[in-house]
Ligand binder design. Structure first.
Ligand code: SF4
Ligand code: SF4
Length: 426
C-alpha cells in the first residue's frame, strides 16, 4: 500500500493538489489570521529548549502560508515579494521534512494559547500530507504503516504465531494472578470488551491482570493500536489501519473498545474514526477511564503501600489536551501510590515530552528530540519523583531516553503497571 511517488515533474503539482484536498475552512482561516503576535513561541517545547525563530509555531505556519499565498492570493501571484509569497520548489520539499517531521510533535500546546485560535499542528499535518504524497516522509514511518496493513492482508499467517505468543503470556498471567484458570482470549465471540493493545507483553499483561481481577468479559484484539498512517497524515493508510479494528469490533459485536495506554491511538479512535466510518455501534474508552471506574465500583482492591516511592505523572498530549483524559489517571494514581506529585504545569497545559507525532520511531530526529525534551526533563526533576507514570508508549520511551540523557535517574512506567503492583488479590 506504499504511496506511488510521482515523477519529479509531477511532485509540485501533487503537493499542491494534496494541500487543496485538505484546505478546509478551518485550515484556510488558520492561514489567513495570524497576527504575528509571537505569543505562541514560549508555548512550544522546541522553542523553550532552543529559542530560535524556526522553533516558533508561527514560523511553521508561515512556511505553509508562503505557498498558500502564491497559489491562492492574486497579489501573491503577481507581486509575490510584496505579500511574502513563494513558489514551492523541490528543494523546499526536502527542507520541509525537518519542519514537519522532526521539529513539531503535533502536541497542540500552541493552539491552546494562540489568541487567534490557530492550530499549528493542523498546518503541520497538511505539510506532512504533502511530503508523504511526494515521497519525502521518513522511511521508517512508511515501513511501520505498511507493516500494519500487510498484517491484515496476511492475517491467517500472522494469527498462528500471535496465538502462540499469547499462549506464553497466558502462563505468565496465571503465575501473576495465582489462578490457573486465568485466560487471555483473542477475538473471542461474545466478549463485551475488545482491548486493543500494543505489540509486546508490557501492555497486554497489565491489562489482562486488571480485567481478570475485575471479572470483566473481555478479549484481546488481533491488531495493534498504533497507527503510523496518522503520523504520516496519510488518510488512506490511517483509515486502513484503524478499519481493521473497527471491523473486528463490529464482527464480534462488542459493547466497548478499550484502547491501551497509547495517546495517538486513543485520539484517533475517539475523534477521527467516527468521522471516517460513521457512528460506531460500540463505546470507545481509554483503559485509564475503565480502571478508574473499576476502582470506583470496588471491582479492584488496591494497597498504595505497594508503591511507596514518589511518583509523578506525565500527561500524554493526545490523552490530556487532545482527549480530555486528565482526572482519571490522577484518580487512579492517588489510590495506588503513596506519594503522588504533580508537575508544573500539568493537565491541559502540560509540556509535550518531545516523543509524540512519530518522532520516537524516527532515528534521524533523535538529537533534536532529546533537546526538545529538556523542558519535560526539568519538570520531572523539580518533582523529586523516582518514577514517572506514563500512559503512552511513545512518551514512555522518550522519558526513558530523557532520564538517560539528562541523568534524571527516574524510571518510566505504565499507570496499569502501578495498578497491578498495588492489587490486593481476591
Ligand atoms: S500566537 Fe497565534 S496569532 Fe500569535 S503569532 Fe502565534 S500563531 Fe500567530
Ligand atoms: S503543535 Fe506542539 S510542537 Fe508543534 S508547533 Fe505547536 S507547540 Fe510546537
Amino acid at each position: 500500500m506504499s504511496t506511488t511517488i510521482p515523477s519529479s515533474d509531477n511532485k509540485l503539482h501533487k503537493a499542491r493538489e494534496v494541500f487543496q484536498g485538505q484546505a478546509t475552512r478551518a485550515l484556510v482561516a488558520a492561514l489567513e489570521v495570524c497576527a504575528r503576535c509571537g505569543l505562541c513561541a514560549e508555548t512550544c517545547h522546541y522553542h523553550v529548549a532552543d529559542p530560535k525563530v524556526e522553533h516558533t509555531p508561527a514560523y511553521r505556519g508561515e512556511v505553509l502560508r508562503r505557498f498558500y499565498r502564491r497559489w491562492h492570493d492574486p497579489l501573491g501571484r503577481l507581486f509575490p515579494k510584496w505579500v511574502g509569497a513563494a513558489a514551492l520548489t523541490e528543494a523546499d520539499l526536502q527542507k520541509l521534512v525537518h519542519v514537519a517531521f522532526e521539529t513539531c510533535s503535533l502536541c497542540r500546546r500552541c493552539a491552546l494559547n494562540c489568541p487567534m485560535g490557530i492550530d499549528t499542528a493542523e498546518l503541520v499535518r497538511s505539510l506532512r500530507a504533502m511530503l508523504t504524497a511526494t515521497g519525502y516522509a521518513p522511511e521508517i514511518l512508511e515501513q511501520l504503516a505498511d507493516a500494519a496493513i500487510q498484517r491484515e492482508e496476511s492475517i491467517e499467517f500472522f494469527k498462528e504465531s500471535y496465538l502462540e505468543q499469547i499462549g506464553g503470556l497466558e502462563k505468565e498471567l496465571q503465575a501473576r494472578t495465582g489462578d490457573p484458570q486465568a485466560r487471555i482470549s483473542v477475538a473471542k465471540d461474545g466478549a463485551e470488551i475488545l482491548c486493543v493493545a500494543l505489540s509486546g507483553a508490557h501492555t497486554i499483561l497489565p491489562a489482562a491482570e486488571i480485567f481478570h481481577e475485575a471479572g470483566a468479559n473481555w478479549t484481546l484484539s488481533l491488531y495493534e493500536a498504533s497507527n503510523y498512517g496518522v503520523f504520516l497524515s496519510d488518510l488512506a493508510r490511517a483509515r486502513a489501519i484503524a478499519g481493521r479494528i473497527v471491523n473486528e469490533a463490529r464482527r464480534l459485536g462488542v459493547k466497548e473498545l478499550v484502547i491501551t495506554e497509547c495517546g495517538h491511538a486513543y485520539a484517533t479512535f475517539r475523534w477521527s474514526v467516527p468521522d471516517w466510518f460513521g457512528p460506531l455501534p460500540f463505546r470507545v474508552r481509554s483503559i485509564l477511564e475503565v480502571v478508574a471506574d473499576y476502582l470506583k465500583e470496588g471491582r479492584l482492591k488496591v494497597d498504595p503501600r505497594a508503591n511507596p516511592e514518589p511518583v509523578t505523572y506525565h500527561d500524554s498530549c493526545n490523552l490530556a489536551r487532545n482527549g480530555g483524559v486528565v482526572e482519571e489517571p490522577r484518580f487512579i494514581l492517588k489510590r495506588v501510590v503513596q506519594d503522588f506529585r504533580e508537575m508544573t504545569p500539568h493537565g491541559y497545559e502540560n509540556y509535550c515530552c518531545g516523543g509524540g507525532g512519530g518522532l520516537v520511531a524516527n532515528l534521524d530526529a533523535m538529537e533534536v528530540r532529546l533537546k526538545a525534551g529538556w523542558p519535560k526533563a526539568q519538570q520531572i526533576q523539580a518533582t523529586g519523583a523516582r518514577k514517572v507514570a506514563v500512559a503512552c508508549d511513545n512518551c514512555r520511551l522518550q522519558i526513558g531516553d530523557l532520564s538517560e540523557h539528562y541523568g534524571l535517574g527516574v524510571e518510566a512506567t505504565g499507570v496499569c503497571d502501578l495498578v497491578c503492583n498495588a492489587l490486593v488479590k481476591n
